[in-house]
Ligand binder design. Structure first.
Ligand SMILES: Cc1ncc(C[n+]2csc(CCOP(=O)(O)OP(=O)(O)O)c2C)c(N)n1
Ligand SMILES: [Mg+2]
Length: 283
């Protein structure tokens, strides 16, 4: 990947982290861990891979994104704002009464949101349906489906995966955020998904696993998926819950973080300062 492009994606990933954390902190608590673990992925998608027009969010020929792990809405909103779908100032209205940015995405409220999600599992079927529709219309747009590893507890995921594989929906790139944690513990202790890559292969997916903080590798994996014909495709992202901010990575209960004491406030101030530095250096 060219140096300049890499720097611009690193900048966008830092902006997504900064804006997600600031918005959630303003609410007082929220899904920090799962928002940060997909910041790099979202930077590659909205910063390079996705065919979208921020000035025309309903453009018929756009690629779609289904954030099935809808609790990471703040990261999606940060990505959308930073590429121009709406004003960054709107991020400060997260979860307020009457907001266009509810904690979980709502396609009727937010410019750029393609699917209403939050009830885990359901986004997988929504993405399968959109991909089927695009195939029927002979459109070559891509649907990006982001699924959590804890979300795999939902049987609906496996039903949708079986469908996507059977109908060879290579226009639906399934991306599983393997951050090894879910709401109240590690996936291994709550309900072990075992080897996700092997499972997706067994379900008929052309599957690859990449480090979820390596922007160039994520980009390459998406290019590889786009080149696959007649097979369903999957990327397992090897991530850390809280990725990119050491304090949140090391926090044990980092699913929903409460900003209610001096320690977390001071560590967050430091994290925001560090992220601002990354953004400045790459501007
Ligand atoms: C059907 C359903 N059951 C329970 C929840 C509550 N819930 C929200 S997030 C979450 C854990 C999800 O874990 P994972 O998919 O690993 O998310 P991440 O680690 O990426 O935050 C749960 C159980 C929900 N949103 N939907
Ligand atoms: Mg998880």
């Amino acid at each position: 990947m060219e140096k300049e492009l890499l720097a611009s994606l690193e900048k966008l990933a830092a902006e997504i982290r900064l804006d997600s954390i600031e918005a959630i902190r303003k609410v007082g608590s929220g899904h920090i861990g799962g928002s940060l673990s997909i910041a790099d992925l979202l930077a590659v998608l909205y910063g390079k891979q996705m065919k979208v027009d921020p000035k025309n969010p309903q453009w018929e020929d756009r690629d779609r994104l289904v954030l099935s792990k809808g609790h990471a809405g703040p990261a999606l909103y940060a990505a959308l704002a930073n590429v121009g779908f709406f004003d960054r100032e709107m991020l400060g209205t997260l979860n307020e009464g009457g907001t266009k940015l509810p904690s979980h995405p709502d396609r009727t409220k937010t410019p750029g949101v393609d699917a209403t999600t939050g009830s885990l599992g359901q986004g997988t079927s929504v993405a399968a349906g959109i991909a089927t529709g695009l195939k029927m219309q002979q459109k070559d747009n891509v649907v990006y489906l982001i699924v959590g590893d804890g979300e795999l507890n939902e049987g609906q995921c496996w039903e949708a995966f079986q469908y996507i594989a059977h109908f060879k929906l290579n226009n639906c790139i399934v991306i599983i955020d393997e951050n090894k944690k879910q709401l109240d513990g590690t996936t291994e202790e709550i309900l072990n998904p075992f080897d996700i890559e092997a499972k997706m292969k067994a379900f008929g997916f052309n599957t690859r696993k990449v480090k979820g903080d390596d922007l160039a590798k994520i980009d390459q994996a998406i290019d590889e998926c786009k080149a696959v014909k007649d097979e369903a495709v999957c990327i397992v992202l090897d991530t850390i819950k809280g990725q990119g901010v050491k304090y949140f990575e090391e926090m044990e209960a980092n699913h929903s973080v409460k900003f209610n004491n001096d320690e977390v406030q001071q560590a967050t101030d430091q994290a925001l300062a560090d992220l601002k530095k990354i953004i400045e250096e790459r501007s």
